[in-house]
Design a protein around this ligand. Sequence first.
Ligand code: GLU
Length: 269
Amino acid sequence: MDGSYRGRLAPSPTGYLHLGHARTFWIAQQRAEAAGGALILRDDDLDRARCRPEFVAAMIEDMQWFGLRWSEGPYHQSERMTLYIAAFERLRARGLIYPCTCSRQDVLRALSAPHEGEDEPLYPGTCQDCSPDRAREGVNWRFRVPEGETISFTDGALGLHTEIAGRDFGDFLIWRKDDQPSYQLACTVDDDDLRITEVVRGADLLTSTCRQLLLYRTLGYKAPAFFHCPLVTDADGVRLAKRHDALSLRTLREQGRSPGELRGGASSG
Ligand code: GLU
């Protein structure tokens, strides 16, 4: 408990905050408190097509209503482009990324929130030999994963987790055609720059964590610890994050539900 713990809350303002995310944030807060550390709020507002200023304001209000308190931020990703471009150029200079002109569907997938894009098919490597010697803008860029390498880490909640690069996930997006960093790149650069010591997130992001571990290593960053929260399901076993109906904090609040009751079984183990 030396106060060196730095956790973070990283919501995306693409809609109203969901109970599933709020519960994960609650666990993140409990862990930061238990460690006597800091909790940083990061606004993941890079998806220009879906993020809106009114959602940022609503997100902050809803988080405060739920009882979440942070000691630093919000940091807005849209204001941190210089950092992402520098990381992109380092990867490019080392020949670790390549421009990819594959289907529009891939582009759309990259534009989706990471929770929705997790199950993307393995990229077949079609553009792997394309020269990286071209303008950054106007094309997607992918990171070449070390084929067959085992990526493993010990998760604070789930224990040992292992995936194989090229089998469990393929070459992934680093930069998007609309000249924005991918979630994987922006998240890794920020978690390093903001000196995050533990990332608390949903278990649907386990594969993203493996991708990001490759980026930590490649960029020479020290990886934080990870704590993946089991996904919360409703009474019918449907994942909260997949439900589009009445489970925004806003709706639940209007229905008279209290934060204490909604925090429910959320526990930091
Ligand atoms: N903004 C991302 C999300 O909402 C952050 C995920 C994470 O890295 O914790 O899914």
